[in-house]
Ligand binder design. Structure first.
Ligand code: SF4
Length: 276
């Protein structure tokens, strides 16, 4: 059984969509990851650690810390490359508006609490809201890949729902929201998504259906295992599922800080959460 106070995130919802059994092992059974001492996994963990440190650097800079002070904590060539790219990321630095780094919001959908942690929100002077998210993937995912991710549906959806409860002092219409991924780890490009009422309604329906799916699956002793064995190639639970698939190469996968590590690691302790 899921704990009654379980809070869904884009991480856990994506896990469910990818493989309900993975969701069960990770969140219902709290199954520790079996030790996997293979090179791709160790390399991935190092990459995730650097990604987390990069997010902290950006957060602190957006909160007003001096770049020189922050630069003294950068002790890794990869982190240095990302930090240098960030300092030259004029798309962000020239964007007018009030900034809210590592901003959390939570809403209730289908009787479940859903929590989102935004890397950065920028409230533009005209009332629009830009959601920015840093991606340290080594390969540049396509816009289609991003569009299919739970994150792309959940982030603007929760923002609009939260705004209806007054968190920004005014209602934010879907048309006022945009979502921007910055591919700092690969091409350096930005991938932008505009939002609208039809997409909002579609996302609300989709996320609701996923949450109802979790409720249904909860009645089963063993949750459904994905038929897509590609999902198993970098899954930590491969050895528990009898899935005899070759472990994937690190660079083949959509390594996503927000989708692999636990929320406790990604969602920093010193951010505020606004719940409704
Ligand atoms: S190994 Fe495959 S079937 Fe098992 S939990 Fe992971 S993704 Fe699901």
């Amino acid at each position: 059984m899921l704990p009654s106070d379980f809070r869904f995130s884009q991480t856990s919802l994506q896990d469910y969509v990818d493989c309900p059994r993975r969701f069960q092992l990770r969140y219902v059974d709290a199954q520790p990851w079996p030790a996997v001492q293979s090179q791709p996994v160790l390399e991935r963990e190092r990459h995730l650690d650097l990604g987390t440190r990069f997010h902290r650097l950006v957060e602190r800079h957006q909160l007003g810390m001096e770049p020189d002070t922050l630069a003294r904590t950068v002790d890794d060539p990869q982190l240095q490359a990302w930090w240098s790219a960030y300092l030259g990321f004029d798309y962000l630095h020239t964007m007018e508006g009030e900034r809210f780094p590592e901003f959390r919001a939570s809403v209730d959908i289908e009787g479940h609490r859903v929590v989102v942690a935004y890397d950065l929100l920028v409230l533009r002077p005209e009332g629009n809201v830009v959601i920015l998210d840093w991606k340290t993937h080594r390969w540049p995912p396509s816009a289609e890949w991003f569009a299919a991710r739970m994150q792309s549906r959940l982030y603007p959806l929760v923002l609009v729902l939260a705004a209806r409860r007054g968190v920004f002092g005014a209602v934010v219409r879907p048309e006022q929201v945009s979502l921007v991924y910055w591919l700092v780890g690969s091409s350096g490009d930005v991938v932008e998504f505009a939002y609208n009422e039809a997409q909002f309604e579609s996302d609300l329906s989709y996320v609701g259906s996923v949450l109802r799916g979790v409720d249904r699956e909860s009645a089963r002793e063993e949750w459904f295992k994905t038929a897509d064995e590609a999902q198993c190639r970098l899954c930590e639970y491969r050895s528990l599922c009898g899935r005899d698939v070759e472990i994937g190469a690190f660079d083949q996968f959509g390594i996503d800080v927000g989708n692999i590590v636990s929320d406790d690691v990604v969602l920093f302790e010193d951010v505020s959460e606004v719940g409704f």
